[in-house]
Design a protein around this ligand. Sequence first.
Ligand SMILES: Nc1ncnc2c1ncn2[C@@H]1O[C@H](COP(=O)(O)OP(=O)(O)OP(=O)(O)O)[C@@H](O)[C@H]1O
Length: 284
Amino acid sequence: MKKMVQTDDLIFEYAKRDEEGNVIGNYRAIDQVNLEVEEGQFIAVLGHNGSGKSTLAKHLNAILVPTEGTVWVDGTNTSDPNELWNVRQSAGMVFQNPDNQIIGTVVEEDVGFGPENLGVPTDEIWKRVEDSLKAVGMISYRHHSPNKLSGGQKQRVAIAGVIAMKPRCIVLDEPTAMLDPNGRKEVLRTVEELRKKEKVTVILITHYMEEVIDADKVFVMDHGHVVMEGTPREIFSQVDTLKKYRLDVPQVTILADELKKRGLDIPAGILRKEELVEAICRLK
Ligand SMILES: Nc1ncnc2c1ncn2[C@@H]1O[C@H](COP(=O)(O)OP(=O)(O)OP(=O)(O)O)[C@@H](O)[C@H]1O
């Protein structure tokens, strides 16, 4: 299968500054990270605050370029300044705060900005706006002002704006962090639909473990390193390690783990409460 994203021994250092702004050294936020993401995969990057997730995300559409190592997006080296446009078109970014991403005063106008900047012909822009708003379930709000939308709805409009540019890959950097539980569900459902219908590669950066259950593969970061890598079930079965990396392990996974430690025949890496109920009902 084709590689959509690859990082080879990626290192990134921020300049450390004193109070007057003088550079007094470097801070290594990403240390030797190797990732491989295949076309069409849903990849999740989990990590506690400050573990380096956003710094990594910013490398995927060349907002940052490596201090050392290489990042490839759809076969293009992101450090090549001549390829900036191609990299940004291949990997669309959705950020934490929808208010910083929406610039239009009407929903459909906002979604059209991206393709317009890409020089897409007008008829095609309108088609893309319509298709993208349908894909995120916001078509009935096309003439609304974004100001009046809920956080989850705004974030779906921001996602529509990214899809309208037809990226090969979407990187979502904590897209639910500022949303209430309903907004979080809306956005996650939207991401899931996109993955199924639009067949776009999805990289979801989050610190909520519940959000990674459906991923094909999960990377856990800590202090700039990838410290765990595997399927959600492989990751969720290592409860003590997850706690060590200060992740909030879902209650159902902790409960299943405690029961297993007490000697009950419960499988490792329980992801959902239905699975735990099934496992308990099967006990003799
Ligand atoms: N512009 C910057 N200058 C200097 N240090 C920075 C800068 N941005 C981030 N850092 C530091 O780099 C480290 C990684 O930050 P990053 O934002 O990538 O982590 P994160 O896992 O995304 O955290 P969060 O969940 O809080 O967004 C942190 O220690 C942070 O303080």
